[in-house]
Design a protein around this ligand. Sequence first.
Ligand code: ADP
Ligand code: MG
Length: 232
Amino acid sequence: MTVTKIIDQARSEKRTVLTEIEAKQILLEAGIGCTKTKLASTKEQAVSLCEEFGYPVVLKISSVDITHKSDAGGVKVNLKDKTEMEAAFDEIMTSCRAKFPDANIEGISVQKMAKPGIEVIIGMTKDPSFGPVLMFGLGGVFVEVLKDVAFRIVPLEKVDASEMIEEIKGKKLLEGYRGQDPADIPCLEEMLLKLSAFIDGTPGIQEIDMNPVFAYKEGAVVVDARIILEKA
Ligand code: ADP
Ligand code: MG
């Protein structure tokens, strides 16, 4: 229900890019856990959302015209109280307006600060010959520099999900490296399967990027998400 509504809304605005807030709403609907995220159009709204969520919080620019939020100075994490949060709100606005003077800024998204975990990425792209393909990998330098990722064609079987996680070179990092907690691999497999089922049942989506997902000893949570629709 929510999914169709969000997609229709974007279509009516002739948009193919969904905001992080919309993307997370869709993923939640697909059964994939995301950090609590809501839009604040004003600083006053941000203050009351932070009171609702509890500190520490994360603020991020919300604009379909700004893809790489950190590069624009549009992400401030671990804000511990109202003073820090209000200062961050202004800094984000100033930096993003300077770097993207033409961007249509919807507001600032207020999020619960997720506790640190092992960073992984999960994505979907549509291949012209194979159709939707899922990707799994370790986040950060592992994907950017080492291209340590695994791919499978949708729909995934249970065995595909476990093989994808099994075959990345950095697998050991998920098993608890040097005293670090291991990642909840069954939960990551479940996320892959849920994403596959969702894509299989939802036409019109071109691309999904969950980067990063924080994986914990128990559970995992999507911290940043991006969805692009197919051209109408
Ligand atoms: P970008 O558009 O630059 O990819 P992200 O939303 O991924 O922006 O934020 C950049 C980084 O900030 C993330 O990789 C993550 O490490 C951290 N981060 C973002 N949101 C949260 C959150 N809710 N809780 C904890 N850390 C976060
Ligand atoms: Mg990101």
